[in-house]
Design a binder for this molecule. Sequence first.
Ligand code: PLP
Length: 438
Amino acid sequence: KPKSSKADIPREKSALLFEKAKKYFPGGVNSPVRAFKSVYGTPLFIERGDGCFLWDADGNQFIDFCCSWGPLILGHNNPKIKEAVVAALEHGLSFGAPTALENELAELILKNNKYIEKLRFVSSGTEAVMSAIRLARGYTGRDKIIKFEGCYHGHSDSLLVKAGSGLVTFGETSSLGVPKSFAEDTIVIALDDKEALTAAFEQFKGEIAAVIIEGVPANNGLLLQDKAYIQFLREITQANGSILIFDEVITGFRLGFEGAAAYYDIKPDIITYGKIIGGGMPVGAYGSSAEIMMHISPDGGVYQAGTLSGNPVAMAAGIAQLSELNKAGFYKELNKKASEFVASIRRYADAKNYKVKIFNIASIFWIAFTDKENIKAATDIAHESMDKYKILHRELLNRGIYLGPSGYEVGFVSSAHSKIELEKAKRAIFESLDVVFK
Ligand code: PLP
């Protein structure tokens, strides 16, 4: 264990809670990356969050750049979201019947999004993508799908094939328990490789139901794609009668209110959402043209349902959050703040000749220990980068900065990060980089 330049923060209470959790949950957690396997120490048990801050069980305070992995674009415990949630709670938690809140959230989304005409609410990103794939298969009458190495789309069987996120972190490329027959219908190719995609369409002519890509791949590093490549996906899917799915679980309402579709100004056939759409409550959604959505039950033959779908408390949180995001200038201000933050870290690293790059789009950033100017495919990420990230992560925790516990994960800037906290965070990052490169 390399020596930290700063004393370790107290972690006794978190460590005790983790010991207890290990008795109850596999690996002591309810989602694998939380187990801190790729960084030093045991997971921090969080007691509360407010604005851009988190407090753990030992009373340590952090400026949070994980933001619950993206949903908290307004920061923790936003007063408007809290108020809306409390008001909804007063009326009951769940009815399993339609509510006006579902209409309200749908209207807010659809009136401000020219890429979809109808949508369906579900309870997670995984569920949104799983349903979108079923819709694409039902609509085209085909079975095969194409996904890209380094894109994560949740943990449904069809998509757990060479997926990124936690799986890459653990050095695995797929999961046990996924039937071979499922994997056979999922074709995995590298990003930014037109030839591979063309070859896949030639080899499986008339069999490809859909091509799915993250709006901007952000689960295995931040793999910024050229617009021309996305345009190519649009053209090749159209030419082959296949559906193009943008998985906007991260990019939706993050790159802008209309997400990656508007960022590229390319209209996919189906879009999936999650994270931000629920303001921190469990919500996902998938949307498309009225013509394609007509195939979903009860109108059509593609079955999809959910006891808690459109949950009123979750809808209320979503309405409150998206209403804030829809205000003029919201994204301009947030993105400017994030890009200035990133630029100043870049300047520091360049001045010191450190082999580190900070990739950035809108309010998403990714710290990679590399000298490559562009990283577009998962295979371009050097694994040594992760050893350095491990040190950086510990140094930052010791300086009150919370980043995702894996070097493959991106960071998020929220509107709750003020200039003062970003200034503090920068200083901590400078010092921590000095330790990494000592
Ligand atoms: N799709 C993308 C692009 C994601 O980033 C994620 C989660 O990180 C998912 C799907 C799955 O969403 P959830 O974790 O809500 O099931």
